[in-house]
Design a protein around this ligand. Structure first.
Ligand SMILES: Cc1cc2nc3c(=O)[nH]c(=O)nc-3n(C[C@H](O)[C@H](O)[C@H](O)COP(=O)(O)OP(=O)(O)OC[C@H]3O[C@@H](n4cnc5c(N)ncnc54)[C@H](O)[C@@H]3O)c2cc1C
Length: 247
């Protein structure tokens, strides 16, 4: 899995602060310098003032201003299962690679057996992996070897069957029905900073599945570079709050 930041609002925290100051500012923020707009906020310099205001907004649940900055990520190689989970978030915009127009006819089934094209869950090869809702705990090496063999056989056979159906002239949009839910997909997704925090509340949580959690952690790392004061505060003070819905 890979996550890259494709595009994002410049100076997101200047925008958040300007929007928030608008709410309590007698003059028009559209005609003032950022320094003037931030004059009454505590802090020795403009960075400290931004920290003060952003900390205040987040600690008071004033999340509206965080809806202005937008960010777009490109995600490579997640399973269709993970894609189904993340696309449940209705305030995120998505483009998802099509299995109708992208046919996996040139994929070598032997590469699939080696782990390409279909995401392999850690529980297929790690005897110590404990999943959510799993009955019992760790298993022995022999059991996990059998699991891995069944998993690899099954996904390889699916891809072989898919390719045979394509060879028989079946359209990719129909042949894809035999592909596993672990089949990799690439996607582009855009959201605002508030929504990113909401997605992280739900999807970086311990009860989310390992794959979407891994993707969300990568998204959070990139968000921390893009919007550092906000996501540092989030990491320190808000992460792991349980499914918080709204202010
Ligand atoms: C661990 C885990 C397990 C899950 N298991 C299942 C499952 O088994 N089956 C299943 O179907 N889903 C499951 N989900 C998905 C979950 O129920 C949500 O549908 C999904 O996470 C989207 O989040 P959201 O509801 O916060 O909505 P989002 O689309 O992210 O919207 C953000 C917020 O906007 C508000 N909002 C958006 N749309 C509306 C609306 N129409 N009406 C009122 N308020 C709205 C809500 O406050 C919402 O929280 C699971 C999620 C997690 C994290």
């Amino acid at each position: 899995m890979k996550v890259e930041l494709l595009a994002a609002t410049d100076d997101p925290e200047e925008l958040i602060c300007t929007a928030a100051r608008n709410d309590y500012y007698a003059d028009f923020v559209g005609e003032e310098s950022f320094e003037t707009v931030m004059e009454s906020i505590d802090g020795d310099d403009i960075e400290a003032k931004k920290e003060t205001l952003i900390g205040h907004l987040l600690s008071h649940g004033h999340f509206g201003p965080f809806e202005h900055p937008q960010v777009t990520f490109a995600v490579k190689g997640i399973s269709r299962s993970c894609m189904a989970q993340i696309t449940r978030h209705r305030h995120v915009s998505f483009d998802v690679q099509s299995m109708r127009y992208v046919a996996f006819d040139d994929v070598d089934p032997e590469d699939v057996r080696e782990g390409e094209m279909v995401v392999t869950p850690p529980s297929a090869s790690d005897p110590d992996w404990i999943g959510r809702n799993q009955k019992g705990g760790a298993v022995d090496e022999e059991t996990v070897a059998e699991r891995e063999e069944i998993f690899r056989e099954s996904v390889t056979r699916s891809v072989e069957d898919y390719q045979r159906l394509l060879d028989l002239g079946m359209p990719p949009e129909d042949a894809r029905f035999v592909l596993p839910i672990g089949t990799e997909v690439n996607m582009v997704m855009s959201m605002n900073a508030r929504m990113l925090m909401h997605v992280a509340d739900m999807r970086a949580a311990a009860d989310s599945q390992w794959e979407i959690r891994e993707m969300t952690e990568k998204v959070l790392d990139l968000a921390a570079e893009w919007c550092p004061i906000t996501f540092d505060y989030y990491e320190q003070n808000m992460k792991n709050r349980k499914n918080r819905l709204a202010p």
